[in-house]
Write a protein that binds this ligand. Sequence first.
Ligand code: PHE
Length: 453
Amino acid sequence: MMKQREHFGNRFAVIAAMAGSAVGLGNIWRFPYVLGEYGGAAFILVYIAASLLVALPIFFAESVIGRRSRLDTFGAMRKLAPGTAWKWVGLLTILSPLLILSYYSVVGGWSVEFLFKALSFDFTGASTEEEVSGFFGRFISSTWQPLITHTLFMALVAGVVLGGVKKGIERFSKVAMPLLFVLIVFIVIYSLTLPGSMAGVTYLLKPDFSHLTSQAYAAALGQAFFSLSLGVGTVLTYASYVKKEENLVASGVGTAICDLLFALIAAFAVMPAVFAAGIAPESGPGLVFQTFPYIFNKMGEGMPIVSALVSATFFLTILAAALTSAISMLEVGVAFLVDERGMKRRTATLVLAFSTWLVGVLCSLSFGSLSGIKLLGLSFFDFLDTLCSDWLLPLGGLAFTIFVGWWMSKADVRDELTNGGTVNVKLFRGVYFLMRYLAPVGIILVFLSNILL
Ligand code: PHE
Protein backbone atom coordinates (compact mmCIF):
# COMPACT_ATOMS: atom_id res chain seq x y z
CA MET A 1 0.00 0.00 0.00
CA MET A 2 1.38 3.39 -0.98
CA LYS A 3 1.51 5.95 1.78
CA GLN A 4 0.54 9.52 1.01
CA ARG A 5 3.72 11.06 -0.38
CA GLU A 6 4.87 14.53 0.51
CA HIS A 7 4.78 17.19 -2.23
CA PHE A 8 6.39 20.51 -2.98
CA GLY A 9 3.78 23.25 -2.59
CA ASN A 10 3.96 25.06 -5.95
CA ARG A 11 6.10 25.88 -8.98
CA PHE A 12 8.26 28.35 -7.07
CA ALA A 13 8.92 25.74 -4.40
CA VAL A 14 9.84 23.13 -7.03
CA ILE A 15 12.26 25.43 -8.81
CA ALA A 16 13.67 26.80 -5.53
CA ALA A 17 14.37 23.26 -4.28
CA MET A 18 15.72 21.97 -7.60
CA ALA A 19 17.78 25.09 -8.20
CA GLY A 20 18.90 24.88 -4.58
CA SER A 21 20.30 21.46 -5.35
CA ALA A 22 21.83 22.58 -8.63
CA VAL A 23 23.39 25.85 -7.45
CA GLY A 24 26.25 25.07 -5.12
CA LEU A 25 30.00 24.79 -4.86
CA GLY A 26 29.80 23.65 -8.48
CA ASN A 27 28.80 27.14 -9.58
CA ILE A 28 30.73 29.31 -7.18
CA TRP A 29 33.89 27.36 -6.48
CA ARG A 30 34.22 24.97 -9.42
CA PHE A 31 32.91 26.92 -12.43
CA PRO A 32 35.23 29.95 -12.08
CA TYR A 33 38.38 27.86 -11.75
CA VAL A 34 37.47 25.41 -14.53
CA LEU A 35 36.68 28.26 -16.84
CA GLY A 36 39.96 29.87 -15.82
CA GLU A 37 41.79 26.69 -16.78
CA TYR A 38 40.16 26.64 -20.22
CA GLY A 39 40.61 30.22 -21.23
CA GLY A 40 37.46 32.18 -20.38
CA ALA A 41 34.77 33.37 -22.78
CA ALA A 42 35.01 30.60 -25.39
CA PHE A 43 34.59 27.99 -22.65
CA ILE A 44 31.49 29.79 -21.43
CA LEU A 45 29.89 29.46 -24.86
CA VAL A 46 30.57 25.71 -24.99
CA TYR A 47 29.34 25.35 -21.42
CA ILE A 48 26.04 27.06 -22.23
CA ALA A 49 25.55 24.81 -25.28
CA ALA A 50 26.39 21.70 -23.24
CA SER A 51 23.99 22.69 -20.47
CA LEU A 52 21.07 23.31 -22.78
CA LEU A 53 21.54 20.62 -25.41
CA VAL A 54 22.87 17.68 -23.41
CA ALA A 55 22.42 18.29 -19.69
CA LEU A 56 18.89 19.70 -19.81
CA PRO A 57 17.48 16.71 -21.75
CA ILE A 58 18.95 14.41 -19.08
CA PHE A 59 17.32 16.58 -16.48
CA PHE A 60 13.99 15.94 -18.24
CA ALA A 61 14.72 12.20 -18.38
CA GLU A 62 15.32 12.02 -14.62
CA SER A 63 12.20 14.11 -13.99
CA VAL A 64 10.10 11.71 -16.07
CA ILE A 65 11.32 8.67 -14.11
CA GLY A 66 10.85 10.39 -10.75
CA ARG A 67 7.38 11.72 -11.20
CA ARG A 68 6.14 8.68 -13.14
CA SER A 69 7.16 6.33 -10.34
CA ARG A 70 6.78 8.67 -7.34
CA LEU A 71 9.52 6.66 -5.68
CA ASP A 72 13.19 6.76 -4.71
CA THR A 73 15.70 5.87 -7.48
CA PHE A 74 15.85 2.14 -6.66
CA GLY A 75 12.08 1.76 -6.26
CA ALA A 76 11.50 3.81 -9.41
CA MET A 77 13.55 1.52 -11.63
CA ARG A 78 11.99 -1.57 -10.06
CA LYS A 79 8.51 -0.20 -10.62
CA LEU A 80 9.01 1.03 -14.18
CA ALA A 81 11.14 -1.93 -15.33
CA PRO A 82 10.11 -4.85 -13.09
CA GLY A 83 12.35 -7.90 -12.98
CA THR A 84 15.20 -6.27 -14.93
CA ALA A 85 18.73 -5.22 -14.10
CA TRP A 86 17.70 -1.55 -14.23
CA LYS A 87 17.24 -1.59 -10.47
CA TRP A 88 21.03 -1.74 -10.11
CA VAL A 89 21.22 1.62 -11.82
CA GLY A 90 18.85 2.81 -9.14
CA LEU A 91 21.13 1.41 -6.45
CA LEU A 92 24.25 2.99 -7.98
CA THR A 93 22.56 6.36 -7.97
CA ILE A 94 21.84 6.02 -4.27
CA LEU A 95 25.50 5.38 -3.51
CA SER A 96 27.02 8.06 -5.74
CA PRO A 97 25.41 11.15 -4.15
CA LEU A 98 26.48 9.86 -0.73
CA LEU A 99 30.04 9.50 -2.00
CA ILE A 100 29.92 13.05 -3.36
CA LEU A 101 28.48 14.28 -0.07
CA SER A 102 31.38 12.82 1.90
CA TYR A 103 33.95 15.13 0.29
CA TYR A 104 31.51 17.92 -0.52
CA SER A 105 30.90 18.24 3.21
CA VAL A 106 34.64 18.69 3.75
CA VAL A 107 34.68 21.59 1.26
CA GLY A 108 31.45 22.89 2.82
CA GLY A 109 33.35 22.84 6.10
CA TRP A 110 36.08 24.97 4.54
CA SER A 111 33.48 27.60 3.77
CA VAL A 112 32.31 27.44 7.40
CA GLU A 113 35.90 28.04 8.52
CA PHE A 114 36.36 30.90 6.08
CA LEU A 115 33.13 32.46 7.24
CA PHE A 116 34.37 32.37 10.85
CA LYS A 117 37.71 33.80 9.74
CA ALA A 118 35.99 36.60 7.85
CA LEU A 119 33.75 37.41 10.80
CA SER A 120 36.69 37.59 13.13
CA PHE A 121 38.54 40.00 10.81
CA ASP A 122 41.29 37.45 10.14
CA PHE A 123 41.45 38.28 6.45
CA THR A 124 41.89 41.95 7.02
CA GLY A 125 44.96 43.59 8.35
CA ALA A 126 47.07 40.44 8.50
CA SER A 127 50.65 41.50 8.95
CA THR A 128 52.12 39.58 6.01
CA GLU A 129 50.65 38.43 2.72
CA GLU A 130 51.96 34.94 3.35
CA GLU A 131 49.87 34.85 6.50
CA VAL A 132 46.74 35.15 4.38
CA SER A 133 47.56 33.33 1.17
CA GLY A 134 49.30 30.49 3.00
CA PHE A 135 46.40 30.04 5.37
CA PHE A 136 44.41 27.75 3.06
CA GLY A 137 47.24 25.22 2.70
CA ARG A 138 47.96 25.17 6.43
CA PHE A 139 44.29 24.88 7.30
CA ILE A 140 43.36 21.95 5.03
CA SER A 141 46.45 19.97 6.02
CA SER A 142 45.82 20.33 9.75
CA THR A 143 43.97 17.56 11.57
CA TRP A 144 41.32 18.92 13.87
CA GLN A 145 40.03 22.21 12.56
CA PRO A 146 38.80 20.91 9.16
CA LEU A 147 37.25 17.92 10.96
CA ILE A 148 35.33 20.21 13.28
CA THR A 149 33.96 22.29 10.41
CA HIS A 150 33.18 19.14 8.38
CA THR A 151 31.18 17.91 11.38
CA LEU A 152 29.37 21.23 11.71
CA PHE A 153 28.47 21.27 8.04
CA MET A 154 27.17 17.68 8.09
CA ALA A 155 25.12 18.41 11.21
CA LEU A 156 23.46 21.36 9.46
CA VAL A 157 22.64 19.19 6.44
CA ALA A 158 21.16 16.42 8.59
CA GLY A 159 19.17 18.97 10.57
CA VAL A 160 17.37 20.24 7.47
CA VAL A 161 16.77 16.79 6.02
CA LEU A 162 15.31 15.69 9.37
CA GLY A 163 12.65 18.34 8.93
CA GLY A 164 11.21 16.48 5.94
CA VAL A 165 10.39 17.69 2.47
CA LYS A 166 7.91 20.43 3.22
CA LYS A 167 9.08 21.73 6.55
CA GLY A 168 12.77 21.23 5.95
CA ILE A 169 13.97 21.33 2.39
CA GLU A 170 11.24 23.50 0.94
CA ARG A 171 11.24 26.12 3.66
CA PHE A 172 15.01 26.32 3.73
CA SER A 173 15.39 26.60 -0.05
CA LYS A 174 12.73 29.27 -0.37
CA VAL A 175 14.71 31.57 1.89
CA ALA A 176 18.24 30.62 0.95
CA MET A 177 17.97 30.90 -2.84
CA PRO A 178 16.74 34.50 -3.15
CA LEU A 179 19.14 35.52 -0.39
CA LEU A 180 21.97 33.91 -2.29
CA PHE A 181 21.04 35.80 -5.43
CA VAL A 182 21.03 39.16 -3.68
CA LEU A 183 24.35 38.43 -1.98
CA ILE A 184 26.17 37.41 -5.09
CA VAL A 185 24.90 40.33 -7.17
CA PHE A 186 26.21 42.58 -4.42
CA ILE A 187 29.63 40.94 -4.71
CA VAL A 188 29.65 41.37 -8.50
CA ILE A 189 29.03 45.09 -8.11
CA TYR A 190 31.72 45.34 -5.47
CA SER A 191 34.15 43.39 -7.62
CA LEU A 192 33.58 45.65 -10.63
CA THR A 193 34.56 48.72 -8.66
CA LEU A 194 38.05 47.38 -7.97
CA PRO A 195 40.75 49.05 -10.06
CA GLY A 196 41.92 46.75 -12.85
CA SER A 197 38.78 44.63 -12.79
CA MET A 198 37.80 45.44 -16.39
CA ALA A 199 40.45 43.04 -17.68
CA GLY A 200 38.43 40.31 -15.99
CA VAL A 201 35.26 41.43 -17.74
CA THR A 202 37.04 41.36 -21.11
CA TYR A 203 38.34 37.90 -20.27
CA LEU A 204 34.78 36.72 -19.68
CA LEU A 205 33.28 38.38 -22.76
CA LYS A 206 35.87 38.16 -25.53
CA PRO A 207 36.17 34.58 -26.78
CA ASP A 208 39.54 33.18 -27.76
CA PHE A 209 38.75 29.95 -29.57
CA SER A 210 42.36 28.74 -29.61
CA HIS A 211 41.79 27.44 -26.07
CA LEU A 212 39.03 25.06 -27.13
CA THR A 213 40.78 21.71 -27.07
CA SER A 214 38.82 18.46 -26.95
CA GLN A 215 39.52 18.43 -23.21
CA ALA A 216 37.73 21.76 -22.90
CA TYR A 217 34.58 20.25 -24.45
CA ALA A 218 34.76 17.34 -22.03
CA ALA A 219 35.34 19.68 -19.11
CA ALA A 220 32.37 21.82 -20.13
CA LEU A 221 30.05 18.85 -20.28
CA GLY A 222 31.37 17.42 -17.00
CA GLN A 223 30.84 20.77 -15.34
CA ALA A 224 27.28 20.94 -16.70
CA PHE A 225 26.61 17.50 -15.17
CA PHE A 226 28.02 18.37 -11.79
CA SER A 227 26.33 21.71 -11.74
CA LEU A 228 22.83 20.48 -12.60
CA SER A 229 23.19 17.58 -10.09
CA LEU A 230 22.67 15.05 -12.88
CA GLY A 231 23.18 11.32 -12.99
CA VAL A 232 22.97 10.74 -9.25
CA GLY A 233 19.24 10.46 -8.73
CA THR A 234 18.87 13.86 -7.09
CA VAL A 235 16.65 15.28 -9.81
CA LEU A 236 14.79 11.97 -9.95
CA THR A 237 14.07 12.01 -6.22
CA TYR A 238 13.02 15.66 -6.14
CA ALA A 239 10.77 15.08 -9.19
CA SER A 240 9.03 12.31 -7.26
CA TYR A 241 7.77 15.05 -4.92
CA VAL A 242 6.41 17.12 -7.82
CA LYS A 243 2.65 17.19 -8.28
CA LYS A 244 1.01 15.68 -11.35
CA GLU A 245 -0.30 19.07 -12.50
CA GLU A 246 3.14 20.69 -12.47
CA ASN A 247 4.78 21.36 -15.84
CA LEU A 248 8.01 19.32 -15.79
CA VAL A 249 9.54 20.97 -18.84
CA ALA A 250 8.91 24.46 -17.44
CA SER A 251 10.38 23.54 -14.03
CA GLY A 252 13.41 21.99 -15.75
CA VAL A 253 14.02 25.03 -17.93
CA GLY A 254 13.56 27.31 -14.91
CA THR A 255 16.08 25.30 -12.91
CA ALA A 256 18.63 25.20 -15.74
CA ILE A 257 18.33 28.96 -16.26
CA CYS A 258 18.83 29.63 -12.54
CA ASP A 259 21.84 27.33 -12.52
CA LEU A 260 23.40 28.95 -15.59
CA LEU A 261 22.69 32.41 -14.25
CA PHE A 262 24.32 31.66 -10.91
CA ALA A 263 27.39 30.19 -12.61
CA LEU A 264 27.76 33.24 -14.85
CA ILE A 265 27.16 35.67 -12.00
CA ALA A 266 29.71 33.78 -9.89
CA ALA A 267 32.21 34.10 -12.73
CA PHE A 268 31.57 37.84 -12.83
CA ALA A 269 32.01 38.02 -9.06
CA VAL A 270 35.29 36.09 -9.08
CA MET A 271 37.18 36.91 -12.30
CA PRO A 272 37.22 40.74 -12.17
CA ALA A 273 38.56 40.49 -8.62
CA VAL A 274 41.14 37.92 -9.67
CA PHE A 275 42.38 40.24 -12.42
CA ALA A 276 42.28 43.25 -10.13
CA ALA A 277 44.62 41.42 -7.78
CA GLY A 278 46.87 40.20 -10.58
CA ILE A 279 46.31 36.52 -9.86
CA ALA A 280 46.43 33.91 -12.64
CA PRO A 281 42.92 32.75 -13.60
CA GLU A 282 44.29 29.25 -14.17
CA SER A 283 45.31 28.84 -10.53
CA GLY A 284 43.08 25.75 -10.13
CA PRO A 285 40.76 24.52 -7.36
CA GLY A 286 42.27 26.86 -4.80
CA LEU A 287 41.14 29.91 -6.81
CA VAL A 288 38.27 30.96 -4.56
CA PHE A 289 39.64 29.80 -1.22
CA GLN A 290 43.15 31.13 -1.82
CA THR A 291 42.52 34.23 -3.86
CA PHE A 292 39.68 35.85 -2.01
CA PRO A 293 41.22 36.11 1.43
CA TYR A 294 44.26 37.58 -0.27
CA ILE A 295 42.10 40.11 -2.12
CA PHE A 296 40.03 40.93 0.95
CA ASN A 297 43.20 41.51 2.89
CA LYS A 298 44.39 43.99 0.27
CA MET A 299 40.99 45.64 0.25
CA GLY A 300 41.00 45.77 3.98
CA GLU A 301 44.04 48.02 4.06
CA GLY A 302 42.30 51.18 5.06
CA MET A 303 38.74 49.83 5.24
CA PRO A 304 38.78 46.76 7.48
CA ILE A 305 35.07 46.84 8.30
CA VAL A 306 33.96 46.91 4.67
CA SER A 307 36.37 44.15 3.80
CA ALA A 308 35.25 41.98 6.70
CA LEU A 309 31.62 42.49 5.70
CA VAL A 310 32.24 41.68 2.04
CA SER A 311 34.27 38.59 2.83
CA ALA A 312 31.76 37.35 5.40
CA THR A 313 28.96 37.91 2.88
CA PHE A 314 30.89 36.03 0.26
CA PHE A 315 31.56 32.97 2.38
CA LEU A 316 28.03 33.01 3.72
CA THR A 317 26.87 32.86 0.11
CA ILE A 318 29.07 29.89 -0.61
CA LEU A 319 27.89 28.17 2.56
CA ALA A 320 24.19 28.67 1.75
CA ALA A 321 24.70 27.34 -1.78
CA ALA A 322 26.69 24.35 -0.58
CA LEU A 323 24.06 23.48 2.02
CA THR A 324 21.09 23.32 -0.33
CA SER A 325 23.11 21.08 -2.66
CA ALA A 326 24.34 18.82 0.11
CA ILE A 327 20.81 18.45 1.42
CA SER A 328 19.72 17.03 -1.93
CA MET A 329 22.53 14.48 -1.89
CA LEU A 330 21.46 13.13 1.49
CA GLU A 331 17.78 13.16 0.57
CA VAL A 332 18.32 10.58 -2.22
CA GLY A 333 19.48 7.92 0.26
CA VAL A 334 16.95 8.91 2.90
CA ALA A 335 14.10 8.54 0.38
CA PHE A 336 15.42 5.05 -0.43
CA LEU A 337 15.57 3.88 3.19
CA VAL A 338 12.14 5.35 3.98
CA ASP A 339 10.43 4.01 0.84
CA GLU A 340 12.16 0.65 0.46
CA ARG A 341 13.14 -0.30 3.98
CA GLY A 342 10.26 1.33 5.82
CA MET A 343 12.76 3.10 8.05
CA LYS A 344 11.73 6.18 10.00
CA ARG A 345 12.90 9.41 8.39
CA ARG A 346 14.84 10.33 11.53
CA THR A 347 16.73 7.01 11.73
CA ALA A 348 17.47 7.02 7.99
CA THR A 349 18.86 10.56 8.12
CA LEU A 350 21.05 9.89 11.14
CA VAL A 351 22.43 6.58 9.86
CA LEU A 352 23.33 8.00 6.44
CA ALA A 353 24.66 11.30 7.73
CA PHE A 354 26.91 9.47 10.18
CA SER A 355 28.31 6.96 7.67
CA THR A 356 28.89 9.68 5.10
CA TRP A 357 30.56 11.82 7.75
CA LEU A 358 32.94 8.93 8.51
CA VAL A 359 34.03 8.66 4.87
CA GLY A 360 34.39 12.45 4.87
CA VAL A 361 36.78 12.21 7.83
CA LEU A 362 39.12 10.12 5.66
CA CYS A 363 38.78 12.70 2.84
CA SER A 364 39.65 15.53 5.18
CA LEU A 365 42.63 13.71 6.68
CA SER A 366 43.90 12.86 3.21
CA PHE A 367 45.19 16.46 2.98
CA GLY A 368 47.30 15.98 6.08
CA SER A 369 48.09 12.96 8.23
CA LEU A 370 46.79 10.44 5.65
CA SER A 371 48.32 12.16 2.64
CA GLY A 372 50.75 9.26 2.17
CA ILE A 373 47.91 6.85 1.38
CA LYS A 374 47.20 6.75 -2.36
CA LEU A 375 44.54 5.01 -4.42
CA LEU A 376 45.56 4.69 -8.07
CA GLY A 377 48.09 7.42 -7.39
CA LEU A 378 45.50 9.82 -5.96
CA SER A 379 44.77 10.98 -2.44
CA PHE A 380 41.51 9.69 -1.00
CA PHE A 381 39.80 13.05 -1.61
CA ASP A 382 40.97 13.28 -5.24
CA PHE A 383 40.16 9.64 -5.84
CA LEU A 384 36.54 10.08 -4.74
CA ASP A 385 36.17 13.33 -6.67
CA THR A 386 37.54 11.77 -9.87
CA LEU A 387 35.47 8.62 -9.42
CA CYS A 388 32.28 10.63 -9.00
CA SER A 389 32.56 13.49 -11.44
CA ASP A 390 34.45 11.71 -14.22
CA TRP A 391 32.69 8.36 -14.03
CA LEU A 392 29.63 7.91 -11.82
CA LEU A 393 27.75 11.06 -12.87
CA PRO A 394 28.06 10.55 -16.64
CA LEU A 395 27.39 6.82 -16.21
CA GLY A 396 24.20 7.48 -14.21
CA GLY A 397 23.09 10.17 -16.68
CA LEU A 398 23.70 7.89 -19.65
CA ALA A 399 21.68 5.11 -18.01
CA PHE A 400 18.76 7.45 -17.22
CA THR A 401 18.59 8.93 -20.68
CA ILE A 402 18.82 5.52 -22.37
CA PHE A 403 16.10 4.28 -20.03
CA VAL A 404 13.71 7.09 -20.93
CA GLY A 405 14.66 7.40 -24.60
CA TRP A 406 14.86 3.73 -25.48
CA TRP A 407 13.30 1.58 -22.76
CA MET A 408 10.16 3.42 -21.69
CA SER A 409 7.35 3.63 -24.21
CA LYS A 410 7.16 6.90 -26.10
CA ALA A 411 3.51 7.21 -25.06
CA ASP A 412 4.43 7.12 -21.35
CA VAL A 413 7.23 9.66 -21.76
CA ARG A 414 4.90 11.88 -23.76
CA ASP A 415 2.17 11.54 -21.15
CA GLU A 416 4.56 12.61 -18.37
CA LEU A 417 6.18 15.53 -20.21
CA THR A 418 2.93 16.90 -21.63
CA ASN A 419 0.73 16.15 -18.59
CA GLY A 420 -1.51 13.87 -20.63
CA GLY A 421 -1.34 16.02 -23.77
CA THR A 422 -2.26 19.32 -22.14
CA VAL A 423 1.08 21.21 -22.08
CA ASN A 424 4.27 21.38 -24.22
CA VAL A 425 2.66 19.30 -26.94
CA LYS A 426 4.50 21.10 -29.75
CA LEU A 427 7.81 21.00 -27.87
CA PHE A 428 7.67 17.29 -27.17
CA ARG A 429 9.19 16.02 -30.43
CA GLY A 430 12.25 18.20 -30.02
CA VAL A 431 12.71 17.31 -26.36
CA TYR A 432 12.32 13.61 -27.13
CA PHE A 433 14.90 13.81 -29.90
CA LEU A 434 17.41 15.42 -27.56
CA MET A 435 16.82 12.77 -24.88
CA ARG A 436 17.03 9.88 -27.31
CA TYR A 437 19.96 10.89 -29.50
CA LEU A 438 21.88 14.02 -28.65
CA ALA A 439 22.23 13.51 -24.88
CA PRO A 440 23.51 9.90 -24.98
CA VAL A 441 25.96 10.71 -27.79
CA GLY A 442 27.20 13.74 -25.83
CA ILE A 443 27.84 11.63 -22.74
CA ILE A 444 29.56 8.88 -24.68
CA LEU A 445 31.89 11.53 -26.11
CA VAL A 446 32.77 12.62 -22.56
CA PHE A 447 33.53 9.03 -21.65
CA LEU A 448 35.72 8.55 -24.69
CA SER A 449 37.62 11.74 -23.97
CA ASN A 450 38.10 10.65 -20.36
CA ILE A 451 39.49 7.33 -21.50
CA LEU A 452 41.59 8.57 -24.39
CA LEU A 453 42.98 11.87 -23.14
N1 PHE B 1 25.05 20.70 -8.29
C1 PHE B 1 25.74 20.80 -7.06
C2 PHE B 1 26.72 21.96 -7.12
O1 PHE B 1 26.84 22.60 -8.14
C3 PHE B 1 26.48 19.54 -6.73
C4 PHE B 1 25.64 18.32 -6.75
C5 PHE B 1 26.03 17.24 -7.48
C6 PHE B 1 24.46 18.25 -5.99
C7 PHE B 1 25.26 16.09 -7.49
C8 PHE B 1 23.70 17.08 -5.98
C9 PHE B 1 24.09 16.01 -6.72
O2 PHE B 1 27.40 22.23 -6.17
